[in-house]
Ligand binder design. Sequence first.
Ligand SMILES: C[S@@+](CC[C@H](N)C(=O)[O-])C[C@H]1O[C@@H](n2cnc3c(N)ncnc32)[C@H](O)[C@@H]1O
Length: 193
Amino acid sequence: MGKERNARWYDEVYASASSLYAADAVATPWYGIWLMAVFWLNGLRPQRIVDFGCGVGHLAQMISVGPNLRDVDYLGIDFSHVALTKARERAPESTFRCVDLSRHPVVDETREPGGLCVVSCEFLEHVEDDLRILAALVPGVSFFGSVPKRDDPGHVRWFANEQLVRDRYEPLFTNFELFPVGRRHFVFIGCRA
Ligand SMILES: C[S@@+](CC[C@H](N)C(=O)[O-])C[C@H]1O[C@@H](n2cnc3c(N)ncnc32)[C@H](O)[C@@H]1O
């Protein structure tokens, strides 16, 4: 099992030229997840999107070029300065903020649920405090998350089957739905209870 890493560790990963994250979205293993997130967002037509652990801005870019979502207020949160510099280059119209979500799980923009969708692709497994971060979301907010089926040096947990994902996250949500995605991921959606 991996372990929780600090921002400097992610800065080094993202600064490496060989990082998969340097590629265009479509050339990465996470493209399907981001497509699902965009599909879900298109259906909900939010006024505001907050992206926890936004990384280098692939999802922000996909949101900003989509015809239905490009005018939505998007805020990407991450604690890696290198990630955020790359995200600002990739999605210059979007807003990004450097926050350690383990230390500051409450983001001001998520205090009001109206018109808000919170997205978090491949972030929750990187923090010990995932449940505290989700518990801090205001009731009624719509949430999209993805978690891995595999271990990685930065993963503090991974999920061998659907039941393990349900056991951990379903109690926090109403209208919880879970989707296995290929060999690598689970996606879940729900409304914070
Ligand atoms: C595997 S990456 C996923 C990035 C992006 N969501 C994606 O789908 O490509 C995990 C991200 O979580 C960020 N992260 C890890 N711990 C964090 C924390 N405590 N607060 C904020 N961001 C954190 C890392 O910097 C990294 O960008």
